[in-house]
Design a protein around this ligand. Structure first.
Ligand code: ZN
Length: 506
């Protein structure tokens, strides 16, 4: 019995005054007491998962990943945890993953205070609320930390995690500052001198590599790295704040942290406490030699949330079009001139997709409840029909033999008829197999309900970027086929509504 119970332990940010070991062993004791009360025995060592790294998302938490894998592969009845928030402290997507994993594997979450059965609507709501609170709290803590860091930066301290090339991090009272590493600083000096002499970044790399100079990690110099150094005001004694904010992105179904370079208002340059390697004048001169402001990597933001899975009936992709803001943005076939399908207002298409998904959702909800719906009715009728046809074939076969025996059929005719009959039978059997296969189980209906609800919410979620929405919807929508064919003689196409055919991945 306890073999099917896991324990998951993780330290939270709020427990900063304690070490990871202290927190985990304190919680372990509490949870073992809880297990002893509930099951009369403790959780075996192999079922205890101790998260020692402090990853924010599931991706950065190897033990959590292992727990999720166990839920999937083994029969696990429950996971013991000190409070729901220990399972997820990331964003709502992670929370969604957790909820789904527990709900669909029918795994309970046991905390010393309460047991959550996510199959139960109220338990699930309550559990989700707990997770959300955890997340809000995390955001708050982060803000406080960030404010502390900003304050520290404003005093000229160095708050980065690793020292930039040319320096080492040293304590300065409660804070940190930088100290010059002479052999590295010499390379920094060379880089600036050469660049000012109009030697390009690639040639600077070649020269440094030829001199046997290496990066701190022993790798060869690359132009990107040289450019980073040339642009970094740390070398003229300044500290740059908010230069690269960590931005979360949803890519390939995962949250990834990116640090795009930005030059917006909330970034600032402050005089640092650390010594400069290069004079401010030289640093500034180097900047002007780049000839242009530091290039911002701007991946063009998508504008249509269905990009990539939105096609015209003719097969071409649908594109998003604006006329500079006067009229509402529209979607049109890329090959509109030839295919003849008219465009539509983008907003209306978005709404129509949402409506269509809501209809699907309602249907799946019925299916998940186990009620016989239209769809299931059709399938059942089809199966019945095929079975009847198969029975008829058995009758016919019987007759064939009678006709052969009483001499009505010659052997030749009999064989021909028999062959035909066998062909019919194998065709029907194949159909039957297909029809039975499509009678899905209730569980996948439930999964569809969750996915569809998420998709509908995603469409109207104002806090998500178009790119994020696109990625999320792409997980559920296989393709949307658009059509709006207007008869030749009609000049006004407003009365002809567009049609959408939505293919889902569920
Ligand atoms: Zn077209």
């Amino acid at each position: 019995m306890v073999k099917r119970i896991l324990m998951y332990l993780r330290k939270s940010r709020a427990e900063e005054h304690e070490t990871v070991e202290e927190v985990l062993s304190r919680h372990e004791k509490q949870l073992q007491e809880c297990a002893l009360r509930q099951f009369g025995t403790v959780i075996p060592e192999e079922n205890i998962f101790r998260e020692v790294v402090s990853g924010e998302t599931i991706d950065n938490r190897p033990e959590m990943q292992e727990v999720l894998r166990r839920l999937q592969d083994d029969v696990i009845d429950a996971v013991l945890v000190i409070e729901p928030q220990r399972l997820s402290r990331g964003d709502m997507i992670d929370a969604g993953t957790i909820v789904r994993a527990f709900q669909y594997t029918r795994t309970k979450i046991i905390t010393p205070q309460k047991t959550y059965d996510l199959d139960d609507k109220f338990d699930r709501k309550f559990f989700e609320m707990e997770l959300r609170q955890g997340n809000d709290y995390l955001e708050y803590v982060k803000e406080i930390l960030q404010r502390g860091r900003l304050h520290s930066v404003k005093q000229g301290n160095y708050v980065g995690s690793a020292a930039p090339y040319g320096y080492k991090k040293v304590r300065d009272g409660k804070n940190y500052t930088l100290e010059i590493v002479p052999e590295e600083a010499e390379v920094v000096l060379l880089i600036f001198e050469w660049f000012i002499e109009k030697i390009g970044t690639s040639n600077i790399c070649k020269k440094l590599n030829a001199l046997g100079k290496r990066n701190r990690n022993g790798t060869l110099w690359k132009p990107d790295r040289i450019r980073d150094i040339l642009h970094n005001p740390i070398y003229c004694g300044k500290i740059r704040w908010n230069w690269r904010k960590t931005v979360k992105k949803y890519e390939d179904g995962k949250i990834v942290n990116t640090r795009p370079k930005n030059k917006n208002e909330d970034s600032m340059i402050i005089d640092g406490k650390h010594p400069a390697i290069i004079e401010v004048e030289k640093w500034e001169l180097a900047q002007t030699l780049f000839g242009h402001p530091i290039k911002l990597t701007n991946n063009r933001e998508l504008r249509c949330i269905f990009a990539g899975f939105f096609h015209c009936e003719c097969g071409y992709a649908m594109t998003y079009r604006t006329d500079g803001g006067k009229a509402k943005p529209r979607v049109a076939c890329t090959d509109q001139v030839n295919c003849g399908h008219k465009s539509a207002i983008y907003e209306e298409v978005e709404e129509a997709v949402k409506q269509a998904l809501m209809v699907e959702l309602a249907e799946y909800k019925e299916l998940a409840k186990g009620n016989k719906s239209k769809r299931e009715g059709f399938k059942k009728a089809a199966i019945e029909g095929i079975k009847k046809d198969l029975a008829k074939l058995d009758d016919q076969e019987e007759k064939l033999y009678t006709f052969l025996e009483d001499g009505t059929y010659t052997k030749d005719v009999f064989l021909k008829r028999k062959k035909l009959l066998e062909e019919n039978r194998s065709r029907l059997n194949k159909l039957l197999e297909e029809a039975e296969k499509t009678v899905e189980e209730k569980r996948s209906y439930k999964d569809a309900v969750v996915k569809l609800s998420e998709a509908i919410k995603t469409i109207k979620n104002k806090s998500l970027s178009v790119t994020d929405k696109n990625k999320l919807l792409g997980e559920i929508i296989e393709d949307i086929v658009y059509s709006r064919k207007v008869p030749e003689d009609r000049r006004k196409f407003r009365d002809v509504p567009f049609k959408l055919q939505i293919k889902l991945k569920i």
